[in-house]
Design a protein around this ligand. Structure first.
Ligand SMILES: *Cc1c(COP(=O)(O)O)cnc(C)c1O
Length: 528
């Protein structure tokens, strides 16, 4: 049997892509014509239908070849109808997911077609390394993080979780190194955590944070610090997202005598409320504390760091104050697949400390992976495989590059501003509604306090006033399949959470849909 020709393969790909675009256009236009509503989730019957078409391990034809044409037909007719419209509707408001800008999708297809691995930066071999670095530089400028050279160890990751793992791994390396005897030539990476801590006289490494994301605890486990190393130092239970700087200072001082080393992690922002750990003067103070005590500062800015691209108008000044100074951190984690609206999976890790980052991620003893020294034209670009988790990896920079090139700073700024404005319209409606309570309510942000709105980024947390309705609120809202939201727990009670993160969001149109759903659910409950 001969291989298909290039013409046959090309025709197969074109047909598949044309079918896909046609199917999606039908989904988008049939809904938008009448009500503008695209059901976020696939209908349950198509989901159960799909499950019956998956390969059956007991069948005699299990793993018999189906061939590309029949396989693609199966993907289009059986799998596609059961995938959610997460990217197609701006009203998939659960988690923080983002969608996929068309230019990013096109770039992503190019990445798959050429399948270059952005692993070793070989300047004569492929442009991948240069394009990646160009995307990272644009991102550093977009987020106003200072000069590109301040972030020499910059790389793409699979997401903020991977970036948080890198942040804690670098933090661990740094805080232990800082206490190793001057004459000790071995690095933490060589010795490993246990021996290095023993030599450095460290009994414990703690991660000081406020309302840290779950992935931070996961990262702490993976890098050998353990969940229990994550220590919440919050200003108060009313504002658990705010970092208590006095407590951080006490911990750092105490740590020097007690053999405790610290990594400080800034939640920018917190995933339930979208609120931020720091205020306008906090980062310079934290920086000098960390320098004095040999601590490492990592920012988990997965979605929140994008507040820095908002216009500097009055309505966004509160948010700007909460993301001020983040450029003073030692390392930063952020997601491109959320607010930046590129396809999964794409995150970024930025580190100021090239020596520490390389020490942690270096492939030792792999001469064949080392770029020849003649290729020093690119000396500023560190080999991706020595500053990140993966060795072989996808050229995932290209969709980010395409979005930054296509939208520029003004385009991204107005996209994020639209997200914030929609979130605030919804928050304002909830605040004034007789049926709902806008959270987080605290003494300092009572229902009439305007800061409840000016501090709203892209997330709206709320609950139903009626406790019985509140028990099933999220299910009732999602059952209508007009919007899709997440449930969570806030101060020991169930709560609902809306996160606006799709480039398609339209403030007026989408607000009307969300308002109608929230009103219908509340009114049909109170008048059975
Ligand atoms: C989403 C998120 C993460 C995890 O990011 P992934 O892209 O899912 O790996 C970490 N921190 C915060 C604050 C997040 O919102």
């Amino acid at each position: 049997m001969s291989l298909p020709t290039d013409e046959e393969n090309s025709a197969l790909l074109l047909t598949s892509y044309q079918t896909l675009r046609q199917t999606l256009l039908t989904r988008l236009s049939s809904s938008s014509s009448s009500s503008h509503i695209i059901p976020p989730l696939p209908p349950p019957p198509s989901l159960s239908q799909t499950l019956t078409t998956l390969p059956d391990p007991t069948s005699p034809t299990y793993l018999h070849p189906l061939g590309p044409s029949a396989t693609l037909a199966h993907l289009h007719t059986s799998i596609l109808p059961s995938l959610s419209n997460q990217s197609l509707t701006p009203l998939y408001l659960a988690f923080v997911t983002g969608g996929s800008l068309p230019v990013a999708e096109a770039a992503d297809n190019l990445v798959s077609a050429l399948d270059n691995s952005a692993q070793v930066h070989l300047p004569y071999h492929s442009a991948t390394g240069f394009v990646e670095d160009s995307a990272l530089r644009m991102l550093i400028t977009l987020l106003a993080l200072g000069e590109h050279k301040n972030w020499p160890a910059r790389t793409f990751t699979t997401g903020a979780t991977a970036s948080n793992i890198l942040g804690l791994a670098c933090g661990r390396e740094f805080v232990i190194s800082h206490r190793l005897p001057q004459n000790d030539k071995k690095t933490v990476a060589e010795m490993g955590l246990l021996e290095a801590c023993r030599v450095a006289g460290i009994k414990k490494i703690q991660v000081l944070t406020s309302a840290g994301h779950s992935s931070l605890s996961k990262a702490a486990s993976i890098v050998g610090l353990g969940y229990s190393s994550v220590k919440e130092v919050r200003v108060s239970e009313e504002e658990p997202w705010r970092l208590d700087l006095d407590a951080v200072e006490r911990e750092l001082e105490r740590g020097e005598e007690d053999g405790v080393a610290s990594i400080v992690v800034i939640s920018a922002g917190e995933v339930n409320t979208g609120r931020f750990a720091t205020g306008v003067l906090d980062m310079p103070k934290l920086r000098s504390l960390a320098d004095r005590h040999g601590a490492w500062i990592h920012v988990d800015g997965a979605f929140g760091i994008f507040a820095r691209v908002l216009p500097k108008t009055d309505d966004f000044l509160d948010l700007h104050a909460h993301v001020a100074g983040l450029e003073l951190a030692d390392s930063i984690a952020l997601d491109a697949h959320k607010i930046l609206n590129v396809p999964y999976d794409a995150g970024v890790f930025l580190s100021r400390n090239a020596a520490i980052t390389t020490q942690v991620c270096q492939n030792p003893n792999a001469a064949y992976l080392t770029p020849p020294s003649t290729t020093t034209t690119s000396s500023e670009i560190l080999p991706p495989l020595n500053i990140g988790l993966e060795n072989s990896r996808r050229f995932r920079a290209l969709p980010v590059y395409a979005v930054l090139l296509s939208e520029g700073l003004p385009g991204i700024s107005s996209m994020v501003a639209r997200m914030v404005r929609l979130a605030r319209r919804i928050a304002s409606f909830i605040r004034d509604s007789p049926h709902y309570t806008l959270l987080p309510s605290s003494s300092s942000s009572s229902s009439s306090d305007p800061s409840a709105l000016t501090n709203t980024f892209i997330i709206v947390l709320f609950r139903a006033r009626n406790e019985i309705l509140n028990e099933t609120l999220v299910d009732k809202i999602n059952a209508l399949n007009k919007i899709f939201i997440s449930g969570t727990v806030w101060r020991d009670q169930k709560a609902a959470r809306i996160a606006v993160s799709n480039w398609r969001c339209d403030v007026d149109r989408d607000f009307e849909i969300v308002k109608d759903v929230l009103r219908d659910v509340a009114e049909s409950f109170s008048s059975p």
